[in-house]
Design a binder for this molecule. Sequence first.
Ligand SMILES: Cc1cc2nc3c(=O)[nH]c(=O)nc-3n(C[C@H](O)[C@H](O)[C@H](O)COP(=O)(O)OP(=O)(O)OC[C@H]3O[C@@H](n4cnc5c(N)ncnc54)[C@H](O)[C@@H]3O)c2cc1C
Length: 808
Amino acid sequence: MMKSHARVVVIGGGVVGCSVLYHLAKHGWTDVVLLERDELTSGSTWHAAGGMHTINGDPNVAKLQQYTIDLYKEIAELSGQDTGVHLTGGVMLAATEARLDWMKSLASKGAYLGIKADIISAEEAAEVMPLIDPSKFVGAMRTYVDGHLDPSGVTHAYAKAARKLGAEVERFTKVEDLVQNADSSWKVITNKGDITAEHVVNAGGLWAREVGRMVGLELPVLAMEHMYLITEDMPEVMEWNKKTGEEVIHAVDFDGELYLRQERNGMLMGTYEKACVPWMPKDTPWNFGHELLDPDIDRIAPSLEVGFEHFPAFKNAGIKQIINGPFTFAPDGNPLVGPVRGLQNYWCACAVMAGFSQGGGVGLAVANWIIDGDPGMDVWAMDVARYGDWATPKYTNKKVQENYSRRFSIRFPNETLPAARPLKTTPIYDKLKKAGAQFSDAWGLESALWYAPEGVSDAFSWYRSTDFEHVAAEVKAVRESVGLIEISAFANYTISGEGAHDWLDTMLACKIPTDGRMTLAPMLKEDGKVIGDFTLANLGDDTFFIAGSGVAEDYHMRWFEQRLPDDGSVQIVEHGASMTGVSIAGPNARKVLQAVTDHDVSHENFKFMAIDDMYIGMAPALVGRVTFTGDLGFEIWCEPEYLNYIFDELMAAGEPHNIKLFGSRALNSLRFEKSYGSWASEYRPIYDPVECGLDKFVAVDKAADFIGKTGLSENKQNQKYRLRTFVVDVDKADAVSDEPIYHNGEVKGWVSSGGYAHNCQKSVALGYVPVEIADEDDGWEIVIIGKRHKAAVQKQALFDPDNLKMRS
Ligand SMILES: Cc1cc2nc3c(=O)[nH]c(=O)nc-3n(C[C@H](O)[C@H](O)[C@H](O)COP(=O)(O)OP(=O)(O)OC[C@H]3O[C@@H](n4cnc5c(N)ncnc54)[C@H](O)[C@@H]3O)c2cc1C
């Protein structure tokens, strides 16, 4: 008999749902039930190739994958269920030097995560993986914690282990609808009756979209067809097994876009083909279950041809079976996890495209988040809040196809992906484009990276590239005269109401500025770690303006809305693209601004961190004396209908000073020499303000009991790291992010972001190092493209350490 109440109902009995259930039970929430419309594994799980890997370009995802693989022993022991795990290790093969460079940087990143990976020659790769033709490759990365498993065994092991701990699993129970009760619990309507649940988890896999639609959500998730083949017995494989007593190890052939592993006495080979096909782009039929899709060998033929060249033994192998099955992706290929803004107690655990590498980590994060209110790790890369309403079904369709077909492609640090763009643009988009703007998209909005002369664009590379001299010129203009950058991509919010001041005083860790003033405003979680860094302005009349990271708009709104008082005394509005802006910066910025406004913007009348409404020519605007460049500068916010006009006014007034447009790459270059951190790079919810250097803006002694105050003081012993600025002795390529930092020959930390500071002509990296050695002068090295380079800690900002320029 199915229970009528549960703390959590997990919808979906694939590998992900079962992992969520297991983790909830493991952490003591045993009044939990999983509902599966059919048998367990009735979605994408049953026909998976069962491959698992630790290596991933994103270190946080790599950690999660490592956790997942480590977990299999635990669930096998607890459940008594065989998971069929074969930890064979593997090789990742590079057919080009650029690919090998990528592998070198991945292998070195593995160093600080404790993931062992070695760069080896193609011949060495052929010694450990006998099917390779080494003449087709230039090198490889040997990995050790990879392998394959039995997808059904693993799923049942999670479920059995969860049951042993007290959780329940109800098969053949289809969730038909979800209705929220007045107390925020959910009425879960099933074909077998209703259950009331405090929380529901959407682990619907192939039906995640439909389970989203039950609550009015259009999740950016889409299934793609995916094919792999299994060969007949191969003598080469059997000989190797006999000779070595071991299985043939895994291989990923990035340039052939193939993965392979042993399957019985033959091999399994899968591909992410360029001519990829979405499956059921609109609705997933409920009667789909344990069936496979028709294979289409023509579609994968180009990849197989490369496979036969790179692994010649396949030429003589018979094909026993071709599997074609669907599985889901988010637009960037990472999972969609966490609570959904605007919904109470509705959790996502979907779009997990590599369920056997990531399912354990996803389950842990979701369980932690439900139980503790915090995922307990840095989940930004998979947080469902990284997509907003702009991620529509068509957008998702285009991006998922792009992601699928590029699954094994190199993504260079200066490469932007073209699909589904432009989507959101501001009124000056065409003007900037005409001026040579090279755009990237963030939060769906196009914004300029840099300005290229006619005929020049980014040559994608690990090294300094075609933009170098042009970004240098943009930086020079700012430091020597004046530059203009569009800042519409920042998120901004208005908070108002009679309770606004006191509410912000508890939400933010800074002092609340007085009327007409601004301040930098860190926002902390209960555990004292940083969940936001903003500029907060007091506009008077119980009205405040906040600007922050654009990509974190929903992430922050989710946080704000969950904590709004219920008495209606505070209102918060996010402006999205309905508030646009530009910033002018450089020693001549004031002259330019003064030329277009009657407002007195002299230093005496409009001091550093002042903010006021003013007219720019005929247009109303909100102007703050603040800039991220570390120079004298102003941010000018306006409604979009005025942006074109304000832009023209400022450009005309700037002409005598040779005003130059600059983009976000120049802005980064400028911030590096000021040692300024940035959200999602230096500032992430795993660091506390002391670690990331935001403590100077935390008003520990203020009267308000702000969120994180207690956590911060309890954290003192756990403040393990410090953010430091390094100047790296390198001349062709700069740090980007996640490169390891060595001290006296040992890996000790990692880079959070880096690049070339054109004004001071130094390669700069910001990064985290252990507190015990953070003040050491010598012994530092940073790995860039696999090579260690000497680095020197920079104790003060490289440019204007006393902040005289921006205050002048
Ligand atoms: C051909 C192929 C090869 C693959 N190879 C690999 C690989 O090598 N390694 C790897 O890691 N991954 C691989 N994958 C991907 C892997 O299968 C997925 O990552 C994984 O299955 C996702 O699991 P899930 O639990 O999210 O979804 P699913 O397996 O789709 O599970 C969702 C479950 O929810 C149930 N459900 C949905 N809606 C409801 C409802 N309303 N009520 C009740 N129940 C509901 C469904 O019946 C289903 O059982 C492969 C996939 C395919 C197709």
